[in-house]
Write a protein that binds this ligand. Structure first.
Ligand code: ADP
Ligand code: MG
Length: 489
């Protein structure tokens, strides 16, 4: 099957480029255009003036969407196939990467206020990838007459802290008073992934419900303004849709197919270069950028095939580990502005996006679960939660002082890092010992060559000695004969 072939070789991360139209401000100030898109050739040209010389740099991507491309065009050409794969049981991730104000949120969420939707609940033309994906998922599932469930989560990652954008109001109000509670911890799920402890999973029953959720979530996102120093430009948001679909085997067994779509609106990429310089001096700036910086390092390590990939260094890369070099199908939408005042950031986005084209993932379809196994898992989960509720109520769980908890957490992390380093060390040692073994084998071979040569030479020598003895005997005989003849004469 072609699937196996694909699996062995790996599939490149798909990278798309979108250039937004000029904003009204830019039009008013007559900002010169430096980015030209050729959607058909899949090329983007950037013109620069260096020392009075006009230089054009051209970049090629898997798809290019110029300023005239509508939300619908991008969705139909780039996202429809991805959502179909999610429905087939793959995990897929779409990242939006780019400078603040270039259209990441516009592309991912769009303008999708319920008030703007059409008469029959159809999506407004400005709706972005998230509402369209939800719509496509429900349309497909309903047309298949399948039994299914759709769950969504929506979180924000700011300053290495996770906030649930779907948490019910009253909880988040209490939480904001009690600040520590608001942050949700990341936990290993025991299957090689991580999960966000306590994250609200909202079951969605129809596409229109998504408006309510998005409105609720987006309102919570810290601020809608896109000025450089505003928090919204420094936070990442992750919207995930998980689909379970019931299937029946010919034998009448019930199987559950599962697919997940992650939609990531990253922090503004200018934060890497600008406040990144202050990292270390200002802890906050460092923390804010940690996830974006680590994402860049992970991409570099993957592209350059370095042994150690620093996934563990940030929450973003821990959460999305499988989307970078893993079993998930991944797509990056890089966004740029056409105007000259963004030139430097535009070039850095284009370079970054080009690099990311070289990442290879090994997509694998999720294994179908037997319904009975799934139910058993869920019962287990219910038992665990019950015990937690009980422990909290009775206060007979394990309670440790916060300082100790943090200390133990940091010790645990240090140990995990140490283990990782040791792993690398072991690998190096193994390589070295292999080298030594090879050298040893070569020496042994050389030795046995030499000893066989030696025994051949010895044999030769013996023969020569024998020959010599015979010759000497003959010589003596001859001499004797000669003397005898002389004597007779
Ligand atoms: P980001 O999330 O990257 O900071 P936004 O999505 O907030 O950027 O976009 C900034 C502004 O530009 C918004 O007012 C948005 O409506 C507008 N915009 C972005 N991309 C497009 C586009 N392709 N077409 C029309 N308007 C756009
Ligand atoms: Mg945004």
């Amino acid at each position: 099957m072609s699937g196996r072939h694909e699996k062995d070789k790996g599939v490149n991360v798909q990278v798309l480029l979108r250039c937004r139209p000029f904003s009204e401000d830019e039009l008013r100030s007559n900002a010169p255009q430096v980015v030209t898109c050729n959607d058909y050739q899949r090329e983007v040209a950037v013109s620069q003036n260096i020392a009075g010389k006009h230089i054009d740099r051209v970049f090629t991507f898997d798809k290019v969407f110029g300023p005239l491309a509508q939300q619908k065009d991008l969705y139909e050409q780039a996202v429809v196939p991805i959502v179909n794969e999610v429905l087939e049981g793959f995990n897929c991730t779409i990242f939006a990467y780019g400078q603040t104000g270039t259209g990441k949120t516009y592309t991912m969420e769009g303008e999708c206020k319920r008030a703007k939707s059409g008469p029959n609940g159809e999506l407004p033309s400005e709706a972005g990838v998230i509402p369209r994906a939800v719509q496509q998922i429900f349309d497909t599932l309903e047309s298949q007459n399948a039994e299914y469930s759709v769950k969504v989560t929506f979180l924000e990652l700011y300053n290495e802290e996770i906030t649930d954008l779907l948490a019910p109001e009253e909880i988040s109000r209490i939480a904001s008073e009690e600040k520590q509670k608001k942050q949700l911890p990341l936990m290993e799920d025991g299957k090689g992934g991580v999960l966000v402890r306590g994250l609200e999973e909202e079951i969605v029953a129809s596409a229109t419900e998504i408006f309510t959720l998005l409105e609720r979530g987006s309102a919570k996102r810290r601020t809608a303004e896109t000025l450089l120093n505003k928090q919204s430009s420094r936070s990442h948001s992750l919207f995930s849709i998980t689909i379970h679909i019931k299937e029946a085997t010919p034998e009448g067994e019930e199987l559950i197919k599962c697919g997940k779509l992650n939609l990531v609106d990253l922090a503004g990429s200018e934060n890497i270069s600008r406040s990144g310089a202050r990292e270390g001096r200002a802890r906050e700036a460092g923390e804010i950028n940690k996830s974006l910086l680590t994402l860049g390092r992970v991409i570099n390590a993957l592209v350059e095939h370095l042994g150690h990939i620093p996934y563990r260094d940030s929450k973003l890369t821990r959460l999305l580990r499988d989307s970078l070099g893993g079993r998930t199908k991944t797509c990056i939408i890089a966004t740029v502005s056409p105007a000259v005042h963004c030139l430097e950031e535009t070039l850095s986005t284009l370079d970054y996006a080009c690099r990311a084209k070289n990442i290879k993932n090994k997509p694998e379809v999720n294994q179908k679960m037997m319904k009975s196994t799934l139910i058993k898992d869920l019962y287990g989960e219910i038992e665990r939660l019950k015990a937690e509720v009980y422990a909290t109520r009775e206060k007979n769980g394990v309670y440790i002082p916060k300082e100790r908890y943090y200390q133990e957490e940091s010790e645990r992390k240090a140990m995990a890092d140490q283990i990782e380093q040791m792993g690398v060390l072991i690998e190096t040692h193994q390589k070295q010992s292999e080298e030594w073994r090879e050298r040893h084998d070569a020496r042994v071979r050389q030795c046995s060559d030499l000893s066989s040569k030696l025994s051949a030479t010895e044999k030769n020598l013996n023969q020569t000695i024998k020959l010599l003895t015979c010759t000497e005997e003959e010589l003596t005989k001859c001499r004797y004969g000669l003397k005898e003849r002389d004597f007779r004469v």
